[in-house]
Design a protein around this ligand. Structure first.
Ligand code: 5GP
Length: 129
């Protein structure tokens, strides 16, 4: 069965899209640690990052860097943190998280955003790509 992220990539489930290229897709995390929390995922559905072939891994990292640079310009923060962690969705995803403090990196504190706030931050990130 297709993962929830494959359904997002295919447009079967809506998302706040940030960027896309031939191999990768970026969108806002629906349950963000901080405003602007973005997920970068390979279009190829692979569960674990260490199972990606080297080329796909390098492409994902380059894509994530590009999105992270835009995110750091768009959202006031001390820096953008990057992590590949989590056991929920069996589809590789790079978390890009604007950090004000290390609490934003713990996945304990979550921020509630309105639809308008999601749309506005997505637009701000896209504008810096
Ligand atoms: P993890 O596998 O990293 O533990 O969890 C998956 C991440 O994807 C979580 O941060 C969660 O909020 C996010 N996520 C799960 N389902 C959806 C969804 O349907 N849409 C979006 N945008 N993000 C999701």
């Amino acid at each position: 069965m297709a993962s929830i992220f494959t359904k997002i990539i295919n447009g079967d489930i809506p998302s706040y899209k940030i960027a896309e290229d031939e191999y990768n897709f970026a969108f806002l995390d629906i349950n963000p640690n901080a405003k602007g929390h973005t997920l970068c995922v390979p279009k190829k559905e692979v569960d674990k990052i260490m199972d990606l072939d080297e080329e796909s891994y390098m492409r994902l990292m380059a894509f994530s860097r590009k999105v992270g640079v835009a995110l750091e310009k768009a959202v006031p923060c001390k820096r953008v943190g990057m992590s590949v962690i989590g056991l929920e969705v069996p589809h590789v995803h790079v978390h890009l998280i604007p950090l004000q403090s290390m609490a934003n990196a713990t996945f304990q504190h979550k921020e509630e955003l309105t639809k308008e706030e999601f749309e506005a931050v997505a637009e701000a990130i896209r504008a810096h790509l």
